[in-house]
Design a protein around this ligand. Structure first.
Ligand SMILES: *[C@@H]1O[C@H](CO)[C@@H](O)[C@H](O)[C@H]1NC(C)=O
Ligand SMILES: *[C@@H]1O[C@H](CO)[C@@H](O)[C@H](O)[C@H]1NC(C)=O
Length: 453
């Protein structure tokens, strides 16, 4: 069988500031802010203090951090260099991140980029090293990280976290920020999302989390042609990453193309057998996207699961590829975004099995992949519950995320014309049509990778 081709990504979608000046000024500002407490050996915030104790009690984790600081070499002379010199400095920088909501940054020309996932920006260059790959996959590291992220998540539900819901330069309702929130086909903010007080600058959101998990207005995101039961609708407002047919039960994830491995994606569950030879569709959500999940079909919920996993582990690579329109070739930033297929089996994720009413579609697996800061994938449906297409299934709380749908081998999934890599697709719109598979399913040829080069 042939190897999947590379998926050429053409956008980092608000995950990392593409503008090096914004990326560096974010890091530089945190270094400056943390210098005085660091020199004074001030106490850490309680969540960071707890994180430090767990790491320092484990000689292997301490050693891996040491190696990360030695290995972190830029792969491109023009790309940002790591400015964080040691683990202790990193801890003081983390202190400042977890007591504040995500904010917006403006460049010299007043063009803005969101800092939607600030902790990821601290870990970005570290993650793209061999030692980072080892450390960030350790269960003890992820358990400590989850505690820290949960503490920040709790803060983001408090009224104090509304501080950046303003029209100031660092706010999410400045004209530069609104332009990002409305970019692509997302639509006017006030007319697209449910705003508790549309006339207020903060639109009536009482916390960062409430803003992040905002609801969409039904008229702004209708289910297109709900009566046609052969159609599959978009579960998340997202940017197309990849489709692949003929997926295998197991595959070798260290291979460059990151083929999907159904058994691992579904956390080694026996249900995986049902999907061998089937089709995977994956698309990612940007921090500025809408973050609730919706049923792609009419059906019945069979089972839901939340799988603890990694937060900052990526597949280390040689940086952005030739042809990347955002980053120069060899720029080591953003490996997380380039590792997305692999994240479907490693990251913290929620799995929802839906048995479609249409027997041709059969069982569908929805996977909500919480990447980086997302410590909570909140499922809001239960097994045996009936869902109609477009009904809410759950949501991501803060951060960045990706999602996948898996279909069995009996269904031929014909994707709509707009399902192309890097295309932003509205939630509940039509993504594909299902029909019975006519060719032999097993032993069929391998992959179809959209936009592969
Ligand atoms: C934040 O919430 C407080 C009330 O808890 C309110 O007085 C203040 O105006 C809000 N600020 C913003 C920017 O939303
Ligand atoms: C949304 O509502 C706010 C508050 O009334 C208003 O200032 C702003 O112009 C509106 N924005 C859009 C894009 O309609």
């Amino acid at each position: 069988m042939s190897q999947p081709e590379k998926t050429t990504l053409t956008g980092y979608g608000g995950w990392i500031p593409v503008n090096v000046a914004i990326y560096e000024s974010f890091i530089q500002d945190l270094i400056q802010l943390s210098t005085t407490p660091r020199e004074a050996h001030a106490d850490h915030t309680a969540p960071v203090a707890k994180f430090e104790v767990v790491i320092k009690a484990d000689p292997e984790m301490v050693d891996l951090w040491d190696q990360i600081f030695l290995q972190d070499l830029p792969k491109n002379k023009d790309s940002p260099k790591n400015k964080i010199v040691c683990f202790d400095q990193l801890l003081y920088m983390m202190d400042d991140v977890i007591v504040a909501p995500p904010r917006f940054y403006l460049d010299e020309e007043d063009k803005g980029e969101p800092i939607g996932v600030p902790l990821y920006l601290l870990f970005d260059l570290f993650s793209n090293t061999a030692a980072g790959h080892d450390l960030f996959r350790k269960q003890a590291f992820n358990a400590a990280m989850k505690d820290l992220l949960d503490a920040w998540g709790t803060y983001l539900m408090t009224p104090d976290s509304n501080k950046t819901l303003t029209d100031a330069d660092d706010g999410w309702f400045s004209s530069a920020a609104i332009a990002v929130l409305e970019d692509k086909d997302r639509g006017k903010f006030n007319a697209t999302y449910v705003c508790p007080d549309p006339d207020a600058v903060n639109r009536g959101f009482t916390s960062w989390d409430e803003f992040f998990t905002r609801k969409v207005q039904a008229e702004a995101r209708p289910v297109d042609v709900p009566e046609d039961k052969t159609l599959i609708h978009n579960a998340c407002e997202s940017t197309v990453y990849r489709t692949q047919t003929g997926v295998k039960e197991h595959d070798q994830f260290w291979l460059k193309g990151q083929p999907y491995s159904v058994y691992d994606m579904l956390n080694r569950d026996s249900m995986a057998k049902i999907f061998i030879g089937g089709t995977v569709y994956q698309a990612f959500l940007s921090p500025q996207d809408y973050h609730r999940w919706h049923s792609p079909v009419d059906g019945t919920i069979i089972r839901t699961q939340v799988i603890p996993g990694t937060y900052y582990a990526v597949l280390p690579d040689a940086g952005a590829e030739v042809g990347d329109p955002d980053l120069k070739p060899g720029d080591p930033r953003g490996a997380m975004i380039r590792s997305q297929a692999w994240l479907t089996l490693s990251a913290t994720r929620a799995i929802i099995y839906i048995l479609a009413d249409n027997p041709v579609i059969g069982l569908v697996a929805f996977i909500g992949v919480g990447m980086v800061e997302v410590s909570t994938c909140a499922v809001s449906v239960k097994s045996k519950q009936r869902v109609s297409v477009g009904d809410e299934l759950g949501m991501f709380h803060f951060g960045g995320s990706s999602h996948a749908l898996i279909f069995g081998p009996q269904v031929r999934v014909t994707f709509a014309d707009n399902i192309k890599v890097n295309q932003h697709v509205k939630v509940k719109s039509i993504i594909a049509q299902a029909s019975l598979q006519v060719r032999p399913v097993f032993g069929s040829s391998g992959y179809l990778v959209l936009g592969g080069s």
